[in-house]
Design a binder for this molecule. Structure first.
Ligand code: G6P
Length: 367
């Protein structure tokens, strides 16, 4: 049956609001709540033997992969290479035995990602794929399919597929960590408890919809917007910038906070909104000091953080968006919501075609 918009104005809006449900649906096949365990569905793969993970994807799926790189290295201590598929497929990458190649794709039909997969297969890698369309070419080609259960995604700008990918990748990282002896049973049970709270946490994030709508006029007139984040929030900054440029046609860049002084700070003046993703935690002070460098040059800051972070650093910001606190393997899933909503409301304010932005295709099946 055709997918309906229901009471929503756009598919993208509907898909943003579906996230608590579809992420929960996805997690159901990865989490065994009563045993306090995370298990990948139908897989008898000995992850303990994996000595390197290579992640390849395009677009939003690539940014999900970048978050996973931080997670896999931090929690499982397995080295991760990551590349966009269009680069990977032509650079003759070195792939040694014992490697697992992980492809991430909503459609499972992206031409460059499929070509990269074929290369990794020739290189005798174990091929795993995080896919939303179970009948896709990529799902057929992979040794192991790690499905997302986001349901059909109609809006060209990916939203719910991204958070479902992150949920699967969090489960994958935790599973690998467990197989590698880097995550204790207690830590696993604790993570499972946190994963069960994800839908509720996403609902809390979505409760800020109206606040964020009221900020759209702060961003809509801008020519350039900068997104800053550190660690696992750096890919989120890039995803935020991608969402904004895709649907509002405003030039936006996502940058690693600490790298800003090597170039983009030259762009800052009082016409450049700067979106800072800074949950409290070990990297908070570092990101805030980068934020202050922006403020000192007149940059107008929208700070996305939790209550503690906003209490510490919210003063002087043009606006703040308060997110619930979350486990590191959940926090990027939650912070995806405000950047999606901000892009959405800015695009609505500008009157662009949110679901069918110019020049873009839902799935890029030619090179
Ligand atoms: C296109 C879409 C993006 C998507 C990318 C990768 O550019 O517009 O939203 O992230 O392709 O697509 P995939 O289906 O491989 O995730």
């Amino acid at each position: 049956a055709a997918v309906e918009k229901g009471n929503y104005r756009h598919y993208m809006q509907k898909e943003i609001f579906e996230q608590p449900i579809v992420v929960a649906q996805t997690l159901q096949s990865y989490v065994r709540p009563f045993e306090g365990k995370i298990a990948l569905p139908d897989i008898d793969l000995d992850l303990a033997g994996v000595n390197r993970v290579t992640i390849v994807a395009c677009g939003t799926s690539f940014y999900a992969g970048m978050v996973a790189k931080y997670w896999i290295e931090q929690f499982a201590r397995v080295p991760v290479d990551i590349d966009v598929a269009s680069e990977f497929r032509y650079r003759d990458p070195v792939m040694e035995d014992g490697g697992l190649a992980l492809f991430i794709s909503q459609s499972g039909e992206t031409a460059d990602t499929l070509a990269a997969l074929a290369y990794a297969k020739e290189q005798k890698q174990v091929i795993a794929a995080v896919i939303n369309v179970p009948t896709s070419t990529m799902a057929r080609e992979a040794d192991i399919v790690l499905p997302t259960h986001a349901g059909p995604e109609i809006g060209v700008a990916s939203t719910k597929a991204f958070t479902c990918q992150l949920a699967v990748l969090a489960a994958f990282a935790a599973n690998l960590a467990r197989a590698k002896g880097k995550m204790s049973e207690e830590e696993e049970a604790d993570l499972v408890a946190h994963l069960r709270e994800v839908p509720e946490t996403l609902n809390q994030a979505l409760d800020h919809d109206e606040d964020i709508a009221s900020m759209a006029h702060l961003v809509a007139p801008a020519r350039d917007v900068l997104y800053l984040g550190r660690g696992q929030d750096y890919p989120l900054a890039m995803e935020g910038a991608l969402k904004l440029k895709e649907i509002s046609y405003i030039h936006a860049e996502g940058y690693a906070s600490g790298e800003m002084k090597h170039g983009p700070i030259a762009l800052i003046d009082d016409k450049v909104p700067v979106i800072v993703l800074a949950p409290s935690g070990p990297l908070f002070e570092k990101t805030v000091s980068n934020m202050q460098e922006v403020a000192a040059r007149g940059g107008k800051i929208i700070l996305i953080s939790d209550a503690k972070g906003i209490a510490e650093a919210g003063e002087g910001c043009m606006a703040t968006i308060e997110m619930p606190e979350a486990h590191p393997l959940i926090q990027p899933i939650v912070y995806a919501v405000p950047v999606q909503l901000l892009a959405y409301h800015v695009a609505v304010a500008k009157g662009t075609d949110v679901d069918q932005p110019r020049n873009l295709a839902k799935s890029v099946t030619v090179e």
